[in-house]
Design a protein around this ligand. Structure first.
Ligand SMILES: C[S@@+](CC[C@H](N)C(=O)[O-])C[C@H]1O[C@@H](n2cnc3c(N)ncnc32)[C@H](O)[C@@H]1O
Length: 225
């Protein structure tokens, strides 16, 4: 088994253990009181969705973004939740059933191998893409699947620029259970995401959030491309 496959297996195992309690424990990520909901709302707003739109929630986990997305796309829209971990998707499925949402489909897939449907209006990924080694490729594949003017938005944690020790811990706590923090900090995946989005999308924006411990990157597919 390759190192990449091993890392992926460990990640799935970790999220299988976390899945049932994820909605509660994630409120403590990366630290108690962290403004996660505000950040999610900002990310959804950055998609500029309209009623009836189709949106992909990449690495959707238990579906915490679904209510926010439902609110804007409405029953005439479509949401596709994609995740690698079966147990996280099982929680997402429960959420969909409990809320009676008939317009959400769930797909178990590695983000890197996901066959994006054509002409989607938006793609969102929250607190997940820096965990995907092929994050730049995922940005590029997704960008090609967007309709003209369609939006990509990525919200995730990062290590702040000038970093006091406590802030570094805050920014990296989320990756601690399944990967070496050192590896994550060395790889600096948010930089690869930034470069890929800048290359693939028009109208690119990069906003650092909460003392640089998170970022919101967004852009549109050039309608003429
Ligand atoms: C911290 S959770 C975030 C879940 C959700 N996006 C949220 O905002 O609550 C990370 C999720 O990414 C998923 N994930 C990690 N690597 C992935 C990959 N390569 N492809 C698809 N999903 C992946 C995990 O299974 C997990 O559900």
């Amino acid at each position: 088994m390759s190192q990449t496959d091993l890392t992926r297996e460990r990640l799935i195992e970790t999220y299988r253990k976390k899945a049932k309690r994820y909605d509660i424990t994630c409120r403590l990520y990366p630290a108690p009181g962290y403004p996660q909901r505000e950040q999610r709302l900002r990310a959804v707003r950055a998609l500029r969705l309209r009623p009836g739109d189709t949106v992909i929630d990449m690495a959707c986990g238990t579906g915490l973004n679904f209510p926010l997305l439902e609110e804007v796309v409405g029953p005439g829209g479509r949401i596709v939740g994609v995740d690698l971990t079966d147990a996280m998707l099982a929680q997402a499925r429960d959420r969909v059933e409990k809320n009676g949402w008939g317009n959400i489909s769930l797909v178990q897939s590695d983000a890197a191998g996901f066959d994006f449907p054509a002409e989607v209006n938006a793609i969102l990924s929250t607190y997940a893409l820096t965990q995907v080694p092929e994050c730049a490729e995922v940005i590029a594949y997704g960008a090609k699947a967007l309709s003209g003017g369609g939006r990509w938005a990525v919200l995730d944690l990062k290590v702040p620029g000038r970093t006091p020790g406590w802030l570094t811990q805050l920014g990296t706590a989320t990756v601690r259970p399944f990967a070496s923090i050192d590896d994550w900090m060395m790889r600096r995946p948010w930089e690869a995401i930034r470069v890929a989005m800048q290359e693939e999308l028009a109208d690119f924006s990069w906003t650092e959030l909460f003392f640089g411990t998170a970022f919101l990157a967004a852009g549109s597919r050039d309608p003429l491309a």
